[in-house]
Design a protein around this ligand. Sequence first.
Ligand SMILES: CCC/C=C/C(=O)SCCNC(=O)CCNC(=O)[C@H](O)C(C)(C)COP(=O)([O-])OP(=O)([O-])OC[C@H]1O[C@@H](n2cnc3c(N)ncnc32)[C@H](O)[C@@H]1OP(=O)([O-])[O-]
Length: 719
Amino acid sequence: MARYAQVHGSVALITLTNPPVNALSAAVRHGITETVTRALRDPEVKSVVICGENGVFCGGADIREFAKPMGGPPLVPMIAAIEEGDKPVVAAIEGVALGGGLELALGCHYRIAHTKALVGLPEVTLGLLPAAGGTQRLPRLIGIAPALDLITTGRHVAAQQALKLGIVDQVTDQSTVDVAIQFAKQVVGQPLLPRKLSTQPTPCPPDVDILLEEAMTQVKRRARGAIAPVACVMAVRAAATLPYRAGMQKEQELMATLFRSSQAHALQYCFFAQRAVGRWKLSSGAHSGNSKPRPVSKAAVIGLGTMGRGITVALVKAGIAVVAVETSDKQLQMGKQIVSEMLKREAQKRNETPRLDLIRFTTSMLELKDSDLVIEAVFEDMPLKKQVFKELSSVCKADAFLCTNTSGLDVDELAAVTKTPELVVGMHFFAPAHVMKLLEVVCGSRSSPEAVATAMYLGKRLGKVSVAVGNCPGFVGNRMLRPYLEEANFLLEEGATPELVDGALEEFGFAMGVFRMSDLSGLDVGWRIRKESGLTGPDVDPSDPPRRRQGQRYSPLPDLVCEQGRLGQKNGRGWYLYDKPGGRVATPDPKIHQLLEEYRLKHGIRPRRVDRQEVVERCLFALINEGFRILDDGIAAGPEDIDMIYVFGYGWPRHRGGPMFYAGMVGLPKVLERLEHYWQAHPDVPHLEPSALLRRLVDSGSPPIDTWRDFLQRPHSQL
Ligand SMILES: CCC/C=C/C(=O)SCCNC(=O)CCNC(=O)[C@H](O)C(C)(C)COP(=O)([O-])OP(=O)([O-])OC[C@H]1O[C@@H](n2cnc3c(N)ncnc32)[C@H](O)[C@@H]1OP(=O)([O-])[O-]
């Protein structure tokens, strides 16, 4: 699908027409091949302009086609034919030129971009590399170092920066197509060879080997097991060291390996899953397509602790006015100072002025009377939150949305103390709230579609990936985290060390293992919650044996660590020893090893060798098992929702697609078999008992993940 027109007498205008992003589907490639051939053959045509319909040049190869057998003309010869032609071809870039879209533009002899256009080679984020000549042409155009940066990160570059880098020849704020047509007329007759990138040498600095080696070390460190960034460096190395043809051959070989990899499948699944979670649906039949969000121009945040401060900054960054409320002047001043510093840092990064004027700091709840939406972010304590919600219900305007940032408390219980339970919804942010991309939007049983739509849309405005979830203790993310944490503690009891467990999880791809993560969050947080729920402290049932609570296995190890005053990174001692309070350099602590030995001795546990495979299986399969329960309970609409929560909120390695996708990759029968094995060995650990949904799926022949919804008992019933 490409339209052909002859304009200004001698210019052929080829327009890609495949909305919404003019992806290079087989039909588009066919259209380009045909129209370019026509233009090159027509003696009246002296030059060519390629553009995209509806203000978008091209979003790259059609990602949906990757899962199907390849049909239509391939990209490489199609682009080569453009470059090799004897008439100048100008790319008129509006909107985006990404991936294959930019590679198409690099095959053109000139590139003109609109000031608002973005260009980039994001293939690496899909587990691939720019295999339509991008790894060979871009280094020839802009040099090795900047090409490595763009190709290994996949980042998008704004038009002005693209101009500075030399990717585009001209930037305009006028009609890009008109400018390109004029330009195309002017360059007729000028020598074309220097504009044919494949014929040009790659400019290489004298220390190119060192540069490439450093790049390789850096991507390996950053990639945490992802293979595409490594292949990208290898392909750019080929551009630096081999002639064009041999470089292209290398590019194709590397691409062939990546294309078949499970990582590419996982990353492409994530691309579509990220977009799918925006299409939410409630059990009432309301959905994103029929429920309108209400505009939020003035928001309020109650409580300026860590979460409240981050939420305030996120709102201000999105240009939303905020009333920030604290209980005492002292707390308010402290909150104000920290928020101001955070905003200044954020603005500095973006070369902007901090919008402190958008915030009104106050200790008076009365100032909330004209807020459209309030986010409560006080201490995680139900009576306190209820008191806040009662007050909000009386001081806010009648149609204000009342949101809670609770990380797991009952949203319905809070809604019940208000006059407008239909306007109450959970907005669970993740720390640091102005940075982390995830927002769980918790739908209470009485939350209205408008309230859900407004919270989901607000999340999007804040740059978050918003996922609608049902209301149950811990919602989706924290509910699944519990078995993960418990298994890690049980492994310590049985013979592992924190560094062994963390090492296995980091090797799997997590940025931080479970114990490093707990140290970072602060060990006292979980300790307080366990005390409140009677798992430790004075409320423990005295008849409970030391390693059993409420009828199941319990590990008091984390409580013992806290009792020794080890609260994590913040006071320099937790599961690890840190270089200083608040320091980040963790070293294994012999005192923790001693504590583990004494503990095992005291409880008569003979330590055994725990290997990395057991760590991964026990921790992750327990977490996945809970994910299946969540699906069957109707708390999450589909596996994509769970996966995006884990990828964006819990550091699950994206190249493994999220826990549910990973289960499918490992094979559901294998997950079931290992859970059964561990459950037999630990019958007092209920979370190891394979979930009914997992069994049903295996009994049904382990169908692909996109059909799992058909097997749910009560699909999204709690939404
Ligand atoms: C030899 C091969 C070498 C080349 C490899 C490549 O080029 S790899 C590719 C390299 N390119 C990339 O990685 C770019 C990927 N795309 C993007 O980054 C963004 O979509 C955007 C910035 C282009 C537009 O952002 P935005 O927020 O305005 O919009 P949005 O994101 O919501 O998308 C709207 C709809 O379009 C859909 N769709 C989009 N792109 C593609 C595609 N290429 N294909 C198919 N579909 C695509 C998207 O799923 C959604 O569909 P839905 O859910 O409505 O059914």
